[in-house]
Write a protein that binds this ligand. Structure first.
Ligand SMILES: [Zn+2]
Length: 229
């Protein structure tokens, strides 16, 4: 093989392997997330069965990769991703009770979960809201208004372990910001979008029992505004 042919061969090989890698291990992109107006976002999702199928695991891992990639500015720029703090399976057209959260809370603590078949078993009467409003990877327009959600929730969930790929049944208690993200994602499993929960006649109305989430770490609130879920 002449040096020219060798270089050409290696070059083609590199291009092919890149295409194969991207073809087989296709990572989720922002364009893969279905947007408001798609009827699949309005469906009720089915519970997953155990043991999880390989397809279920792939959905969880793909959603997880999307959230993780959202924290990498280089990947965000290269693939034109819109970062998110949470994402639910129906947002990629999979109508199953699966959602993930990857975010810090108002105090800067990291939360990283994959929830399956979640049920909210109790919630506080006290409400909380994000002063800058909520965002959603499936809603591309600017939305005015506040969403008041339970300040504390107790949920029964199946929790997926990213390392062992095993699932355990847990009862969890969440509060404030992460409880709000949980309820936003939980709504997706029932075909509800955050825009549905805004008081149309008085979008900035604050009920007496609702308090703003106070972000005490750096610019978390600004960070949230950029990220949907
Ligand atoms: Zn959303």
């Amino acid at each position: 093989m002449t040096p020219f042919l060798l270089v050409l061969y290696l070059h083609i090989n590199i291009i092919c392997s890149k295409i194969i890698i991207r073809g087989i291990c296709k990572m989720l992109l922002y364009k893969d997330i279905i947007k408001e107006g798609d009827s699949r976002l309005r469906e009720k999702c089915d519970p997953v069965s155990f043991p999880l199928t390989n397809d279920d695991i792939k959905v969880i891992e793909d959603l997880n990769e999307y959230l993780i990639n959202g924290y990498d500015d280089k990947i965000v720029d290269e693939y034109d991703l819109r970062p998110g703090v949470g994402i639910a399976a129906p947002q990629i057209g999979v109508l199953k009770q699966i959602f993930l959260i990857l975010s810090t809370d108002e105090k800067g603590n990291l939360h990283h979960y994959a929830f399956l078949n979640p049920k909210i078993i109790s919630h506080s009467e006290e409400k909380a809201f994000i002063p800058s409003g909520e965002g959603c990877l499936s809603v591309e327009r600017e939305v005015e208004g506040l969403i008041h959600r339970s300040k504390r929730i107790t949920a029964s969930v199946f929790l997926y372990d990213f390392n062992t790929k095993k699932v355990t049944k847990e009862q969890i208690k969440l509060k404030d910001y992460i409880a709000i993200v949980f309820q936003h994602e939980f709504d997706h499993l029932n075909g509800v979008l955050f825009v549905d929960r805004i008081d149309k006649t008085n979008p900035y109305f604050i009920p007496e029992n609702s308090k703003p989430i106070v972000f005490d770490a750096n610019n978390l609130e600004g960070d949230y505004e950029e990220k949907g879920n």
